[in-house]
Design a protein around this ligand. Structure first.
Ligand SMILES: NC(=O)c1ccc[n+]([C@@H]2O[C@H](COP(=O)([O-])OP(=O)(O)OC[C@H]3O[C@@H](n4cnc5c(N)ncnc54)[C@H](OP(=O)(O)O)[C@@H]3O)[C@@H](O)[C@H]2O)c1
Length: 351
């Protein structure tokens, strides 16, 4: 009796153990199979979307983002960060934000304005500085005037520095670009403005008169553009504005050298605009007519009267008017779809 009771309870325990083993085994099998399934899913390649397949079969060209989709620079940026606190990467990343995010306190674009101590260049530097850009104010000799331009920009809350150098010299251009990069990490916008006149009728024009004007007004534009475009290309973003002249379109007695240089700038602008369009770098030229500056002040009263007769608006333009057009091309998102153009600002002289 006792023996049969023992064997009964022994059998009972055996059955319980077998049931436990069977349940655990099933559990392990279920866990293992779900793990294998999960591994299979993660290892599988994502399926090709029907849209990309459609593009492939129809052989559509890959379209780049339209420029207006990413406005390059925001007109209302105000720089409040010190150079030390704003890393290069952070600066580059913030420049391309759409205009709707303009309330963010981000760095402004870095601009080089050549020949910015006086006249049109000064007005351009002030306008861009006041719009929130960091401005390198280049000059050849007028260091005091350039310092004044910087002070005015800083007084309006912007950042600026001066750089004395001859932009017809490659070494000077290299160190000008380096100065901007050392200070602010990059160059976003280049305004090729520096220019001179050495007027004279062709039959009396010395080769030095020809060379001086071509070297600065044309070769200088080439040197600065090539150096700045290297930086812009890497970021796939930039704007270059070349100050040409209406005489580059029409020619002018006594200005064979100057009009050849300015016509050269116009051809250069169009070629470079084509070369760099795929890199999102817009290149345009502005062709001013007669603008009140030291350059036109030398013309004299009689000459001025004759000139005014040929200007439908009956007056010289002001440097600030040219600066307004530069500011639009340099900063306004709407200018993102303008490249390779020559915009005249001349009171209607050329139409
Ligand atoms: N004024 C006009 O009616 C008119 C019309 C059409 C086109 N533009 C063009 O607009 C631009 C500016 O003319 P603007 O009338 O304002 O001239 P501006 O008053 O004579 O000023 C010329 C600027 O260029 C600088 N500069 C001269 N040589 C230089 C060099 N080798 N390297 C770097 N900078 C140099 C000068 O610096 P420093 O002060 O140190 O000498 C100055 O800041 C020029 O390209 C000009 O051809 C002017």
């Amino acid at each position: 009796m006792i023996i049969s009771q023992i064997s009964l309870s022994y059998n009972f325990y055996i059955i319980i153990i077998i049931i436990i083993i069977i349940i655990s085994y099933n559990h392990i099998i279920i866990m293992a199979s779900s793990t294998i399934a999960a591994l299979k899913i993660s290892a599988a390649k994502p399926p090709k979307s029907s849209f990309s397949g459609h593009l492939k079969t129809l052989n559509f060209p890959k379209l780049p983002l339209p420029h207006h989709a990413l406005p390059p620079f925001n007109l209302h940026y105000r720089s409040s960060c010190s150079i030390a606190s704003s890393g290069i990467k952070a600066q580059v990343a913030t420049i391309g934000q759409p205009i709707v995010e303009s309330t963010k306190n981000v760095d402004g674009p870095v601009v080089i304005v050549t020949g910015a101590s006086r006249g049109i260049g000064k007005a351009v530097a002030l306008a861009l500085g006041k719009a929130g850009c960091k401005v390198l104010v280049n000059y050849a000799r007028s260091s005091k005037e350039a310092e004044e331009v910087c002070k005015e920009i800083e007084a309006s809350g912007g950042q600026a520095l001066t750089f004395g150098g001859d932009v017809s010299k490659e070494a000077d251009v290299e160190s000008m670009i380096k100065t901007a990069v050392d200070a602010w990490g990059t160059v976003d916008i280049l305004i090729n403005n520096a220019g001179i006149t050495r007027d004279g009728l062709l039959m009396r024009m010395k080769s030095s008169q020809w060379r001086d004007v071509i070297d600065l007004n044309l070769t200088g534009v080439f040197l600065c553009t090539q150096a700045a475009a290297k930086l812009m290309m890497k970021k796939r973003k930039g704007r270059i504005i070349n100050i040409a002249s209406v005489v580059g379109l029409t020619g002018n007695i006594g200005q064979a050298n100057y009009s050849a240089a300015k016509a050269g700038v116009i051809g250069f602008t169009k070629s470079v605009a084509r070369e760099y369009a795929s890199r999102n770098i817009n290149v345009n030229a502005i062709a001013p007519g007669f603008i009140a500056s030291d350059m036109t002040a030398k013309l004299g009263g009689d000459m001025e009267q004759k000139i005014l007769q040929n200007i439908p608006l009956g007056r010289y333009g002001q440097p600030e008017e040219v600066a307004g057009l530069v500011e639009f091309l340099a900063l306004n998102p709407a200018a993102g779809y303008i490249t390779g153009q020559v915009l005249t600002i001349d009171g209607g002289m050329v139409m």
